[in-house]
Ligand binder design. Structure first.
Ligand SMILES: NC(=O)c1ccc[n+]([C@@H]2O[C@H](COP(=O)([O-])OP(=O)(O)OC[C@H]3O[C@@H](n4cnc5c(N)ncnc54)[C@H](O)[C@@H]3O)[C@@H](O)[C@H]2O)c1
Length: 398
């Protein structure tokens, strides 16, 4: 039995890049204590044991039997999420699984059911729908101060496709390309701002580099049951960088140095696929450097919310509000630990039994939109959605 005031005893599955990006959170948020990790590479297990003093396991099944682990953070490749969720749910562990929930809708269905039948919480995160300015905007919308949301626009132009990748990250059918890794952030954000339940999607996608033959760009229009609509546009082709429109703050909160323009493409220029996989491994836990603690909130590109009596522009440091006759700026301060809001959600779920909106059903609904974007681009049709859910903070009886 765990006391509600005790830190959550967390096990980690997968000590790769995603774990590195959560490291500053785990090092600085006293509400979580890392007690175990499952990872196939002995070097990363050794690094974990040296840093956290926990136990390293070579497979997830062994970690699932560890009675000290009460919740797990799953940061393995997308296509393994379903299998790992099934194992940990069956062992009664609460689950934080990195986005996307899964690659296929069949896996997503299985994961919703696995968490429900085991009576454990499943949160899909971190995702940029946990960014402080997005959550603050959601509170402003709920207050009703500026009336109904009418239209949301989200853009992001990055170098995503040219960051070092595992081969399957460039194969759409295995979850590669920008939709499953990046689109899902934008979809989570606009669903949170527009009430969650999208009705249909119309979209086009771009596959423009034969060397990296997966979707590198898309534009999509979503309409929502609540009456609003949202457009989401993304390019990972590493030319224009929309962080220029975000006060030069990069996605993870560090400052962008304009002198580094073009570095992602430059780094790949002479590498074959095997050398690229190796380069990706240098960004993994225990192998490379860890990004310093960020001086700004994370963001996912420019976001505009147009509502009846004001337009809201989200920025890393806060929200600009353009009202009927006045402009104002609301500061959204930096939290002591990065991604504090993800741990807020985990703590509320594990300790108080209150689920955030980003549950397994939520993750499935965002995944449905990813697939609808691909389907619409292929068929030229407007794709109706059937698996959507609303924005609820719910007390659950487990
Ligand atoms: N939210 C974010 O900011 C963010 C950022 C990067 C990645 N991600 C997500 O995290 C997931 C992993 O992506 P990544 O870029 O970290 O990949 P990665 O290749 O860097 O890391 C995956 C890790 O999983 C390990 N692994 C493989 N099989 C395993 C198994 N059976 N048991 C335990 N560990 C196993 C690998 O050794 C590797 O260390 C993806 O779903 C991705 O979408 C999220």
């Amino acid at each position: 039995m765990f006391l509600t005031s005790e830190p959550i005893r967390l096990g980690v599955a997968g000590l790769g890049r995603a774990f590195v990006l959560m490291l500053r959170t785990f090092q600085n948020d006293p509400r979580v204590k890392l007690v175990a990790a499952a990872a196939p590479r002995a070097e990363s297990r050794a690094a974990f044991e040296a840093e956290f003093g926990g136990r390293g396991y070579s497979c997830v099944e062994e970690m699932a039997e560890d009675p000290e682990v009460e919740a797990v953070y799953i940061a393995t490749p997308h296509q393994m999420h379903a299998e790992h969720v099934a194992i940990f749910a069956a062992a009664g562990k609460h689950i934080l699984v990195d986005k996307p929930l899964s690659v296929t809708m069949e896996d997503a269905d299985m994961m919703v059911e696995a968490a429900r039948s085991a009576g454990v919480h499943l949160i899909v995160g971190p995702s940029h729908s946990f960014d402080p300015s997005v959550l603050h905007a959601r509170q402003i919308i709920e207050s009703g101060e500026f009336g109904a949301v009418r239209m949301v626009q989200a853009f992001n132009y990055t170098d995503f496709l040219y960051r070092p990748r595992r081969p399957e990250e460039l194969r759409t059918e295995e979850g590669g390309g920008v939709l499953f890794s990046q689109g899902v952030h934008q979809i989570d954000i606009v669903r949170l701002l527009c009430g969650g339940r999208a009705k249909s999607v119309t979209a086009m996608t771009g596959v423009w580099d034969p060397e990296r033959p997966t979707e590198g760009a898309y534009s999509a229009l979503l309409d929502f049951e609540a009456g609003s609509f949202a457009s989401v546009t993304y390019s990972g082709y590493a030319h224009f960088d929309s962080d220029i429109w975000m006060d030069n703050v990069a996605e993870l909160g560090g400052m962008k140095d304009p002198a580094n323009y073009g570095e992602a493409r430059r780094a790949l220029q002479t590498l074959d696929s095997a050398a690229e996989t190796k380069l990706k491994a240098t960004r993994t836990y225990g192998a490379g450097t860890v990004p310093p603690i960020a001086q700004n909130n994370e963001h996912f590109g420019p976001i505009l919310i147009l509502s009846d009596r004001a337009d809201l522009r989200l920025r890393p440091g806060g929200i600009d509000i353009f009202g009927d006759t006045e402009r104002q700026h609301i500061e959204v301060p930096l939290n002591a630990a990065p991604r504090k809001t993800v741990i807020d959600a985990l703590e509320a779920a594990v300790r108080k039994n209150i689920a955030p909106p980003q549950t397994a059903a939520w993750g499935r609904a965002s995944l449905e939109v990813c697939h609808a974007i691909l389907d619409s681009a292929e068929t030229g049709e407007k794709i109706p959605l059937t698996r959507q859910c609303g924005v609820e903070f719910q007390e659950e009886t487990l």
